[in-house]
Design a protein around this ligand. Sequence first.
Ligand code: DQA
Length: 145
Amino acid sequence: ASVLVLNGPNLNMLGVREPHIYGSMTLDDLEAACQERAEQLSLVVDFRQSNHEGELVSWIQQARTEHDGIVINAGAYSHTSVAIMDALILSELPIVEVHLSNIYKREAIRHHSHISAVAKGMICGFGPHGYLLALDAMANILERD
Ligand code: DQA
């Protein structure tokens, strides 16, 4: 099975960006960890990042026919983007939401996510390890389908 792992705005700056919150791992390191876990789970992972809402929407639309599930950290768009939520709905794919930080421990503007309403479940607060947990969850969802 093929899983699209989508990363939203500012996640290209991992390792540099607020390391006290997001840690020292870069996005390339995170992709490598995801690819290793995907191999163990017999999943193919297509790992992408964009700072552009419309590009994320287009990729989600394409996933409808090209992938079997989506793991998404939409970054700040999680809290604002009805367009990304709508694209996830129309994909008709299982969605697992992930955040590096515990969004409920942080500012109130981060407490609500539009993605959660359309996701099977959400993992937050475990740093990069959360992505591996999200892939485990996705493998389990796809096995059950
Ligand atoms: C984030 C949390 C968001 O509130 C923030 O805007 C991000 C990263 C996380 O992974 O913890 O960009 O999605």
